[in-house]
Design a protein around this ligand. Structure first.
Ligand SMILES: C[S@@+](CC[C@H](N)C(=O)[O-])C[C@H]1O[C@@H](n2cnc3c(N)ncnc32)[C@H](O)[C@@H]1O
Length: 221
């Protein structure tokens, strides 16, 4: 199974497990108990970029069904958010939800492999739970293609954590074709100084993940 097939089969149930759906498989019902850090990391990214996005274009890599995009539109005066995802299922649902919520004029969603795509220009590029599924070479090539001055990404760290070992078992049980944990040092190496000073947001509620960005502390992008 390749990444595209994996995510096409997985993403809807994976997302539903965090939004209280009742039709989940046993393993996803079980996994949902461990997904609070995922919701918290998306909230952290949202709160981090909110003061900076009014009138701006945001690009989201691995946008899933657009839940982050919708929260961003509802809570800011963002000009536009462009979401890219490899899964057709996710992009179809994102388009449908954006129509239903009356947010289609602000949201664009495209089914695309962000690794091989020419990325659109944006003011800020974000990605949550996205880098974890890319090899080091893919991340390096991706960051050469990013055409925004600012980036915000979540990073699942390769560090000791019981929850991380449970996560590995989950990924094995689901036959996830590729998944990686990186250290902060590796991450800084991938960026090779391209994005200037990089900051890390750490919080126990993020579990073995952190949020990394190069946003200015003075909120004027
Ligand atoms: C763990 S999910 C995270 C979804 C969403 N960002 C969130 O936090 O709720 C990873 C997402 O990345 C997408 N993805 C994985 N590899 C991709 C690629 N090469 N190009 C675009 N999207 C990709 C998957 O389809 C999936 O929607």
């Amino acid at each position: 199974m390749n990444s595209k097939e994996y995510w096409n089969n997985k993403i809807i149930e994976w997302e539903d497990s965090m939004h209280g759906a009742s039709h989940l498989s046993f393993i996803e019902r079980l996994a949902s108990y461990f997904r609070k850090p995922v919701l918290f990391r998306n909230k952290t990214v949202l709160e981090t970029i909110l003061p900076l996005v009014d009138g701006k274009v945001v690009l989201e890599l691995g946008c899933g069904s657009g839940y982050f995009a919708f929260d961003l539109c509802k809570n800011s005066k963002v000009k536009k958010i462009i979401g890219l995802d490899i899964s057709e299922q996710a992009i179809n649902r994102a388009k449908k939800l954006s129509q239903e919520m009356g947010l289609a004029y602000q949201c664009e969603f495209y089914r695309i492999d962000a690794i091989s795509a020419q990325l659109p220009a944006a003011d800020i590029t974000v990605g949550m739970g996205f880098l974890d599924y890319l090899t080091a070479e893919e991340i390096i090539s991706l960051f050469k293609n990013i055409r925004s001055p600012y980036i915000v990404f979540s990073l699942t760290e390769r560090k000791f954590s019981i929850l991380r070992y449970i996560h590995i078992l989950y990924l094995l049980s689901q036959r996830c074709p590729k998944h990686f944990y990186y250290t902060k040092k590796e991450w800084l190496g991938f960026l090779a100084g391209k994005f200037g000073e990089i900051n890390f947001i750490e919080d126990k509620r993020l579990s073995f993940a952190c949020v990394t960005h190069n946003l200015p502390t003075n909120p004027k992008v």
